[in-house]
Design a protein around this ligand. Structure first.
Ligand code: PEP
Ligand code: MG
Length: 578
């Protein structure tokens, strides 16, 4: 039994077998085909082999022309390998008799050849391993090319082990059998972590380079509370965690009783608890958990993992569905927040500093056709219910004004076309860079609401990458500088009489609930699964006591001490649960 420590980003515990996803190559997971599909899979393989042979021939011709015949001859050996009868037989047998997919057959057969050549003592022969790797890569590229949006799927309950997973891979994850996510890289605020929470999957990121030692099918426990991975646990550990899984279920059942009760403190302050969603189907989870609405709909997930640009109608259909499913409660639609780590392959060229680059509202204002399509769809959906629009990462008033100008142009267009929309559509901004906090008194004159995005606010205040495990210890939501900015934002918004919500991950962490209430927040938007626990806290505390706590915290200057104090208060609130 071995224990690996990473960063806990999505709570929960799961016990399942590892599914290792190699990051250096296209994703090859162990998948099978049905008997009926054997012939078509064999054809797919044979076409891929032909194509790779053609590619190698082309490489040979090119290199021979550029460098001379003797260099081109290297590829003759590759051609011979692709046409090698034994290799072909092994691939065909794996598909015909074991029902492997062509990709899995390739990865299995080539692994045997590569391992064999890696071990031979003759250095000349050992080099053949590299040649086989090269051909394997070509074959997988061709096979995946035909279906590059393949889902990460498992045919048994599995914990995905990967170097990294992009948000789009996460978005396309098969939710049937995948029970947890573990990655070598990634930090506390990474979007993959956010998606894992949305999918209610325990996740641990930033484990470091140890994952290479884990083989597919090794039994693992993922502890998403403590950020631990237990490799090949002994019986006693499995029994202990099975008990914890059972307790989780019992707590969830108990908390589900709060669903229809209001989040009111014992001294009568109402806290509005809304939900953050990434996918339209999450409306069900919102209702199940008793959300008062959707406080943040991250619409960029409509783009990630898609092979075509969504049309205005695509946007409209999903918004209409969410509005309908949420049965009249407010829906805050955030316009595209693409860029940085939420990169859609087609959208941009690589930047050296993407988090400070062309992302979010900046990208939308540059790519106005795309932005117009989305805004038109939001306007059309605005007559279906209580729809609001929110712009992400606004850092200057100029950006807000440009976005609002576009919105009012589109209103005129729709009016001319006789298409209904809500002229009083509420407009807000995400407050997630220090500049917008500092300028909030000015912003407030031109908007109806703000939502404090602490995930980015922490990153931009402390100059610490939310995805980087090496600086994860600095990424601290209760750093006094961050708390001062949150307080400034709440005070400015309250003074200006506009609504203020906090929608970063901090809002869904029970450790911060009392502090946030004490700082004056009356609206939180959190991942749906966090609502019951946060509601339980709201219903147990008094706002007055929370204010006292916030005053005490205001005098403190050390993030660790602040966190310790907050944890202590939470423990005192629920002594039986600690
Ligand atoms: C935030 O930055 O806090 C936020 C809610 O937005 P995202 O996590 O999508 O960047
Ligand atoms: Mg953000």
């Amino acid at each position: 039994m071995r224990v690996l420590q990473g960063i806990a980003v999505s709570p929960g515990v799961a016990i399942a077998k590892a599914m290792v996803v190699d990051d250096q190559q296209p994703r090859v997971t162990r998948r099978f085909i049905s008997r009926a599909n054997v012939e078509s899979e064999l054809q797919r393989l044979s076409k891929a082999m032909e194509l790779v042979a053609e590619q190698i021939q082309d490489s040979q011709d090119e290199v021979a022309t550029e460098l001379g015949e003797e260099y081109g001859a290297i590829f003759s050996a590759h051609l011979q390998m692709v046409r090698d009868e034994k290799l072909n037989e092994s691939l065909v047998d794996s598909i015909r008799y074991r029902h492997y997919t062509a990709e899995y057959a390739v990865s299995q057969s080539f692994a045997r050849y590569i391992q064999f050549f890696e071990r031979v003592p003759n250095p000349f022969l050992r080099e053949r391993a590299g040649d086989f790797r090269d051909i394997e890569q070509r074959l997988l590229n061709v096979l995946f090319g035909a279906d590059s949006k393949r889902k990460l799927a498992a045919n048994q309950p599995s914990i995905v082990i990967a170097h990294d997973l992009t948000p789009s891979e996460m978005a396309n994850l098969d939710r049937g059998n995948i029970r947890g996510i573990v990655t070598e890289v990634g930090g506390p605020g990474s979007h993959s972590a956010i998606v894992a929470e949305a999918l209610e999957l325990p996740a641990v990121v930033g484990v470091g380079p140890h994952l290479r030692e884990i083989q597919t099918d090794t039994v693992l426990i993922i502890d998403g509370h403590q950020g631990r991975i237990i490799v090949q646990p002994d019986e006693e550990t499995i029994a202990r965690y099975e008990q914890e899984v059972e307790q989780q279920k019992q707590t969830a059942i108990r908390l589900s009783g709060l669903r229809d009760l209001p989040a009111v403190t014992i001294d009568g302050e109402t806290i509005t608890l809304m939900a953050n969603i990434e996918f339209p189907h999450e409306a069900d989870a919102c209702l199940e958990r008793g959300a008062s609405g959707v406080g943040l709909y991250r619409t960029e997930f409509l783009y990630l993992g898609q092979d075509h640009e969504p049309t205005e109608e695509d946007h409209y259909q999903v918004y209409a569905k969410v509005v309908h499913d949420m049965q009249g409660s407010p829906i805050v639609i955030r316009t595209l927040d693409l860029g940085a780590d939420k990169i859609n392959g087609d959208v941009q060229t690589p930047e050296s500093n993407p988090f400070l680059g062309l992302r979010s509202i900046r990208l939308s204002l540059r790519n106005t056709d795309q932005f117009r399509r989305q805004l038109r769809a939001i306007l059309r959906a605005s007559v279906l219910g209580d729809v609001r629009v929110m712009f992400p990462l606004v850092s200057t008033l100029h950006e807000l004004r440009q976005a609002k100008m576009l919105l009012s142009d589109l209103m005129e267009d729709l009016e001319e076309e006789g298409i209904a929309f809500d002229r009083n559509l509420k407009v807000g901004i995400m407050v997630e860079v220090p500049a917008s906090v500092v300028m909030l008194d000015r912003f407030a004159r031109e908007i109806d609401f703000i939502s404090i995005g602490t995930n980015d606010l922490v990153q931009y205040t402390l100059a610490v990458d939310r995805n980087n495990p090496d600086v994860a210890a600095l990424y601290n939501s209760c750093d006094p500088a961050v708390l001062r900015l949150i307080q400034m934002a709440v005070d400015s918004a309250t003074k200006a009489g506009i609504e203020v919500t906090l929608c970063g991950q901090m809002g869904g962490n029970p450790v911060y609930t009392m502090l946030l209430i004490g700082m004056g927040l009356r609206s939180l938007s959190v991942t749906p699964s966090a609502i019951p626990e946060i509601k339980q806290i709201c219903r147990t505390v008094s706002a007055e006591k929370c204010r006292e706590l916030a005053v005490r915290v205001r005098d403190m200057d050390n993030a660790w001490e602040i966190k310790r104090l907050l944890r202590e208060h939470l423990r005192q609130l629920f002594p039986d649960e600690s």
